[in-house]
Design a protein around this ligand. Sequence first.
Ligand code: TTP
Ligand code: MG
Length: 409
Amino acid sequence: MYHKGRRILHVDLDAFFVSVEQALNPVLREKPVIVGGEPGSRGVVASASYEARAYGIYAGMPLKAAQRLCPGAIFLKGSFHRYRAASSRFMAILAEFTPQLEPAGIDEAYLDLTGFEPLYGATLETALLLQQRIKSEIGITASVGIASSKLVAKVASNLAKPDGLLEVQPEEERLFLAPLPIASLPCVGPKTERALKGMGIITVGQLASVPASILKDNFGALGQVIYRYAMGIDQRGIEPPQAAKSISRETTFIEDTLDMPFLKAVLHYLSERVGTELRRGGRRARCVTLKLKYADFDSITRNRTLRESTNSDEAIFDVGIKLLEGALSQRRQLVRLIGIGVSSLIGDERQLSLLNSSMERWERLDRVIDRIRSRYGFTAIQRGQTLPLKEVFPTENGDYMLKTPSLSH
Ligand code: TTP
Ligand code: MG
């Protein structure tokens, strides 16, 4: 619910990709470091340390240009799985403070701490504690903005960077925003900024004095948002993510195929992926869906509802392979894409009396495999059914690199 006394935090990690690298390798600390790739390559800067930013380097800049500005900078390719792991740890720390948590990106989130003060002390103190925990447990710094709205909290955290903390008191939002350049508002992108500057508007304060009708005429629906934001008005609440209603994995082949042992192996791999995610979320499924796209791009889905819910790789695969065989017996054509998914998800309250013994064995095996994979990577332990993949797909960071990159995540 919106009211003036809300205490919303926006937390954003500083130079996130670079900071993760620096936490792992002290040699990189306090130096101009850039994550994005080799300076000779065609890529762009993903993240730059604050030392690199002093040379005018920013995210999105071509690496070549960055090297020209700072020839001594250290360029790293980076590794996304490290950033994802750090992000999970970051979100887990935040979740200990409140369930009113909305992740807004890999390294940022909003928290609603309204009503915390009588119990936990001033919001500012809670925010300091949060920053300390992130620093001591992940080894990187975060900046925090506190305000009565998401908008002002985000502007404040940005302004506080790096390793800063800024609280805007209730009723002072408009005063706080007024001297800032218009691009400080999240709704003002480069194009809108140019247009507004063309109208002689430089600061948020100037923007707030433009009649709403003019902004609406020039920018349509966005104009209304700009007007409200310029006045410091933002009634959006924190929206904790909803649990997914279904989980699926699919892949497109480099070459269309009807090679059954290969299709089976891929389907098994995808079933393992789906099962792992189900178990990680502590859930079970009642429905399994197979998706096929033929070489002529004709796409079909087949699904089956199970008598008992499951989260076992083998049970998912078992249904998947039957659906695949059924589909191919109706239409035997080269396959371009295969996918498997589960839906009708429920919580993981195991109904032991209903478990048949093979299901129980499968689930025990899943638990052992999950534990090994969470420590040593996906390919650390492999099932016989997926062995044909070894000859086709390269591995990286302990996982297969299929053509669809999201699959390996
Ligand atoms: P940001 O939070 O925008 O940037 P940052 O954390 O590197 O720096 P700071 O917050 O201190 O200003 O983005 C978080 C990560 O997202 C960033 O470390 C790398 C990635 N990213 C890209 O890959 N490309 C981009 O263009 C941007 C902006 C970010
Ligand atoms: Mg950041």
